[in-house]
Write a protein that binds this ligand. Structure first.
Ligand SMILES: [Zn+2]
Length: 471
């Protein structure tokens, strides 16, 4: 018998007992707190999360939105959700502008030829096929670039080598994000013809980290790429010695009106099926690695939570909905989902996305006003034995794909994972399965499972808690 089945039987929640018509089927036999704790304990020994990531990264591999591989990932996801016991498995389609990587090289041409390791930013326009060659203007901080006057970068390739800070909560990434997102347009406004940044990362390997940029209205669109850490260092040293010229070749292409899909599965609530606890992860990945930690791990977590909940002798009172988003990396799937479900937003009790790697969850942050609720007390007790605590600070966000729903008034939660080394391999060729510790992934899943069960089985109303909270 599996540890999961043993735990459920020990609590009188055994599937066998239930099918035999035993009293263990009734909800009053175990409190929601006890059941949440039991589900969490069972998840600790459950290898389904790792097996799921292994399956996805092996059988599909990379799955950049808009590619044939992403379409295969969608078929994989539908089959996997059915296999894991979900109901109402379906896809919801939307259109995107697909961005497909091309050639990408950077060569120092003066004072002497040297190759640099670079990768194009998602959404970057292409250079001329022969590349663009220009002198560089190097800034060791993004603030220095922003302080440079209009026209000061005319005809130059702007290079920003600011370092991102390593922190367990990933705060360094958020703080540095504008360097990648807005940097290309800020450089272009000052006359730059191309843009390079030190990868937003914490490793020192010679692998550049990709990621999306956002061109701003009114600024010329210039090609943009990320340098590996050692290459950013190299450019700093070269620039300190004198003028540096560089040739950049980027040949990505785009395709408008490419199909994309969110894949959905549910465990229908037994009393209030219209009330939804929505959890998600994103199925798309960058194309350089196999997207194991970003976000195969999240796919493993949320689908395994669904499997555990679906296998209970009776479903929780509310519906659990799992959404595998189809185009997170290029910011398309969250807005598409929120737009398609605007009328339903009021029925979504809580929403959250697992998208911060494969390490352990150490804390849970609830929506504003919930930290002193009975729900928080129950959650705190259920997750303490799993190795996580209730962080009294309110969740600011629920993940990139949840922003649209959050704007529509849906409460969001944040289960905080240890991200100390997440940005060592994030968005690189090195984001592969070997980086995942199966036990840590199961621990993360256990906290998610306890949270989801409590949110779906109790009548917690996060909107009411937020409204009642002192402002
Ligand atoms: Zn991600």
């Amino acid at each position: 018998m599996s540890p999961f089945a043993q735990t459920m039987l020990a609590l009188g929640l055994g599937l066998g007992l239930c099918l035999a018509g035993g009293s263990a089927c009734r909800s009053e036999d175990a409190s929601p707190e006890a059941s949440a704790a039991a589900i969490g304990r069972a998840a600790l020994d459950d290898m389904t999360p790792y097996r799921t990531v292994e399956s996805l990264t092996t059988e599909v591999g990379q799955r950049l939105a808009g590619t044939e591989a992403h379409a295969r990932a969608v078929l994989w996801a539908q089959a996997k959700l059915k296999e894991l016991g979900f109901e109402n498995v379906h896809i919801e389609d939307f259109l995107i502008t697909a961005w497909i990587r091309g050639a990408e090289t950077a060569t120092v041409t003066s004072p002497a030829i040297q190759q640099l390791a670079v990768t194009a930013l998602g959404g970057s326009v292409a250079t001329d096929p022969n590349g663009i060659e220009a002198e560089i203007a190097l800034f060791r901080s993004y603030a220095e670039l922003l302080a440079s006057p209009p026209g000061s970068l005319a005809g130059k390739i702007a290079v920003v080598t600011q370092r991102m800070v390593r922190a367990a909560d990933g705060g360094g990434y958020g703080a540095a994000n504008p360097i990648r997102r807005a940097g290309p347009s800020e450089a272009a406004r000052r006359g730059a013809v191309a843009y390079l940044l030190r990868s937003l990362a914490t490793d020192n390997h010679r692998l550049p980290h990709t990621g999306a940029l956002n061109y701003q209205e009114g600024a010329p669109r210039i090609p943009a790429a990320a340098l590996s850490m050692p290459d950013a260092d190299q450019l700093e040293r070269l620039a300190a010695r004198g003028k540096v010229r560089l040739r950049l070749v980027l040949t990505p292409t785009t395709r408008d009106n490419a199909p994309s899909w969110n894949v959905v599965g549910e465990v229908k609530g037994r009393e209030h099926p219209e009330q939804i606890v929505l959890i998600g992860a994103h199925l798309d990945s960058w194309d350089l690695g196999t997207g194991a930690t970003d976000d195969g791990a999240g796919v493993g977590i949320v689908t395994s939570v669904g499997r555990l909940i679906a296998a209970l002798p009776q479903h929780p009172r509310r519906t659990l909905r799992v959404v595998l988003f189809g185009s997170e990396e290029m910011d398309n799937s969250g807005p598409a989902y929120a737009a398609a479900h605007a009328d339903e937003a009021k029925n979504i009790v809580i929403a959250a996305e697992a998208d911060f790697g494969a390490r352990e969850v150490y804390a849970a942050q609830l929506p504003p006003g919930a930290a002193d609720s009975a729900f928080a007390k129950s959650l705190s007790e259920a997750i303490a034995p799993l190795g996580a605590f209730l962080d009294r600070r309110p969740a600011l966000g629920g993940g990139d794909d949840m922003r649209g729903l959050q704007k529509a008034g849906v409460p969001v939660t944040s289960l905080r994972q240890n991200g100390l080394d997440y940005f060592d391999t994030h968005h690189t060729a090195d984001d592969t399965l070997d980086k995942i510790d199966p036990k840590q992934l199961s621990q993360a899943t256990s906290v998610w499972a306890a949270f989801v069960y409590l949110a779906a089985e109790t009548d917690v109303d996060f909107r009411a808690l937020a409204a009642a909270a002192p402002h």
